[in-house]
Design a protein around this ligand. Sequence first.
Ligand code: GDP
Ligand code: ZN
Length: 356
Amino acid sequence: MSWLDPDDDLDDEFEDFDESSIRVRPNPKANRPRTKRRPAHEDAEIGRVLGVDRGRYAVMIDEGTDDERTITTTRARELRRTPIVTGDLARVVGDTTGDVGTLARIVGIVERTSLLRRSADDTDLIERVVVANADQMLIVVAAADPEPRPRLVDRYLVAALDAGIRPLLVVTKTDLQDPTAFLAHFEGLDLRVFTSAREEMPVDEIGEALIGHSTVFVGHSGVGKSTLVNALVPSADRATGHVNQVTGRGRHTSSSTVSLRYQSEHGTGWVIDTPGVRSFGLGHVDPANILAAFTELAAIAEDCPRGCTHLTDAPDCALIEAAERGELSPAELSRLDSLQRLLQTFADKAEQTPGR
Ligand code: GDP
Ligand code: ZN
């Protein structure tokens, strides 16, 4: 254990600790009689976890005030099984001055509004928590170099919608390739799409969409995600994200995810960059939620027989019948193919692991 716990004797205060019971109290100095054993630290301050690096959490305290500062924290021993990730709102006690050499302690996490998870691959049931409390996901793909893969984007969409996060799409490198054919796959979806070229990055348009939100950026390596992040957040914070990206890429995902503040004259928002996320396994997703992510197809599938698998051999499947009658647009046909491939992956997995 590399972390230091200066306050071991406080441990018994955590007996009744329960993550779900933590709320931001409107008046932390409420005039309550002091009992000897408090259920949790009532004097804890709430801060935003900006990043995690080798057991140390950078936490922003007093966000948006003149006292705003980023402090270094460690987590209380009681929380060692609780994943704490970028975007979490942490309850912090101890020295929260942020002075050099100080180390405060995270004693709890405020109930999350969303949790983006992934698995290493589709057969991996062990999920990894990527980001907490994001309400948007900006999916970054390149029009070329690397070649865009609609089915990879569909995976991101499933992960986002499974987590209750609104997806947005940006296609970069449109100077290299016209993205029309690629984008046809998503036609008719309720999905906001931006396009970006080397000399024409839609910084203001994307920035506008970031204001008031916490947006997690995802994309395969090489698509130009860092270029985009740097254009959106040209502040000192970005250096941290950059360094972490270089050292952490593909290895320590959790240690390389960082929150960066987008700021414009119109407002602010949070950009959460996830440099380490290469694959987006969906092993943790309930297969029933996959169809739901294909919104336009889910509507048609309401006419499917009960328990329909929607696989290519499914009898009386409303999706297949609609396709055969020529009622699906090219985009819908392409998405149906993507859906069936994803569902097949899960069907194969269920066969391999009958105990699931
Ligand atoms: P990341 O791995 O997704 O973070 O990608 P980077 O931001 O590091 O970009 C990968 C490469 O693509 C770099 O050489 C960038 O200069 C280049 N690149 C980024 N955006 C564009 C673009 O819009 N057009 C072109 N032609 N190249 C781009
Ligand atoms: Zn069906």
